[in-house]
Design a protein around this ligand. Structure first.
Ligand SMILES: [Zn+2]
Length: 410
């Protein structure tokens, strides 16, 4: 049916032994002529087939050959529509000749990705793969939610995360709100839903009541915290989609495992944005997939991330310093421990407070764990911090007291 993209890695044998899956993509039919081509844990792409031609809605991360999979399933001329320009939806664009995106996304799609994004995402992927084993163990023992469809897979054979690149691509067609994409016996209507990004669209197959929600509708965190997000526009887009709910039967979303949702989700999300804007939503501090701190408004079937005061560059105390100076003769670990030490001395972190995790420091500064550990070693030897099992790196009590306690113990 479709080309198998083999997953690999040395540990294939103990990989989700209960539900072995050999392909990077989870491919399954969702409705007549509609297929999910998911990269589980990452992103969900959709193939929508008409009598004459087919559309692939989004091309995923680009770590495996999604074109051969989609063509194998479609068996007819195939073109790409991007739900928006973000790399996790357009990573496989380079494999295709015909790419359509909303007018507002064309330039963004052709622009190089921000520095460190590819590396940051691969670190996230690595963490997911590492921590997945524990999730699977708990699921096998208690919850039994994971199926063959929702297995996290190791990266495909021959793919080297160190070489992952986000390749800018050029759109060959521009979409506008209300455009209709004719597939033969099936029409997809373009609904421009700015908010997550300026170019976000949904596709609506009115005949079958299928709404493809892009990143506007999701079942985990809805990302409204990004630099190109607009929370008020997002709220308007969500309300507009809620207005369609009566003619929608199923809502397919681009992230997380609950791909297929009832139309009630549209109203829930519109209401959620309303509560977020009127200040009645419950918030907590959280972090996005790259480790940046965000504020999270939590609801029953989804949450909404918005930017915290200092979201884009780590906590305020770190942001004021900017990045470490890679050209400096002072080693990076030494620069990092200086930054942390000054912040501790300035009282930005109080004794007993937990410092950002190694993963967070890694994401904010774009430096390796080895460098981070070396910096923490220096601080620990200095008596500035204490490493506590299960808690992390904690700011030590003021030196004098700490010295007295240490002396008393000896
Ligand atoms: Zn996105």
């Amino acid at each position: 049916m479709s080309t198998l993209v083999e997953v690999g890695g040395a540990d294939r044998d103990d990989w989700g032994a209960a539900h072995p899956r050999k392909s990077w993509f989870d491919v399954r039919p969702l409705a007549d002529g509609v297929f999910l081509i998911a990269e589980p844990g990452h992103v969900n792409n959709f193939l929508i087939v008409g009598e004459d031609r087919a559309v692939l809605l989004d091309t995923g991360l680009g770590v495996a050959d999604i074109r051969s999979v989609a063509e194998g399933l479609a068996g007819k001329p195939l073109s790409v529509v991007n739900s928006h320009y973000h790399f996790d939806h357009s990573g496989g664009n380079r494999l295709f000749d015909e790419i359509a995106i909303h007018r507002a996304g064309a330039e963004l799609l052709a622009k190089p990705a921000p520095d460190g994004l590819a590396e940051g995402y691969m670190r996230y992927t690595q963490r997911m793969i590492e921590e997945w084993r524990e999730y699977k163990r708990l699921d096998d023992t208690y919850f039994h939610l994971v199926t063959a469809d929702t297995l996290i897979r190791p990266l495909p054979d021959g793919f080297d995360p160190a070489n992952y690149q986000i390749v800018p691509t050029t759109a060959t067609a521009l979409l506008d709100d209300g455009d209709e994409i004719e597939l033969g016996g099936r029409v997809l209507r373009v609904i421009h839903t700015p908010g997550h990004s300026p170019d976000s669209i949904c596709l609506f197959d009115e005949r079958d009541g299928l709404l493809f929600g892009g990143d506007t509708i999701n079942t985990g965190p809805i990302y409204a915290q990004l630099e190109d997000s607009d929370v008020e526009a997002f709220a308007r887009s969500a309300r507009r989609l809620a207005g369609l709910a009566d003619s929608v039967a199923r809502v397919f979303v681009c992230h997380f495992m609950r791909v297929d949702n009832p139309p009630g989700l549209l109203r829930e999300i519109a209401d959620g944005f309303e509560r977020l804007l009127d200040g009645s939503a419950p918030f907590r501090d959280s972090a996005d997939s790259l480790g940046y701190p965000v504020r999270e408004a939590c609801f029953d079937h989804f949450s909404i991330f918005i930017a915290g005061e200092d979201s884009r560059a780590g906590p305020a105390v770190l942001r004021t310093r900017g990045q470490l100076d890679r050209d400096s003769p002072v080693p990076l670990y030494y620069q990092l421990q200086e930054v942390l030490k000054e912040d501790i001395d300035a009282g930005h972190w109080q004794p007993g407070e937990v410092l950002p995790s190694e993963a967070e420091l890694e994401a904010w500064f774009g430096i390796s764990r080895t460098v981070i550990r070396k910096a923490l070693d220096v601080l620990e030897a200095d008596g500035q911090v204490i490493r506590q099992k299960g808690r992390g790196t904690v700011v030590a009590p003021p030196k004098l007291v700490y010295g007295a306690v240490a002396a008393a113990r000896e």
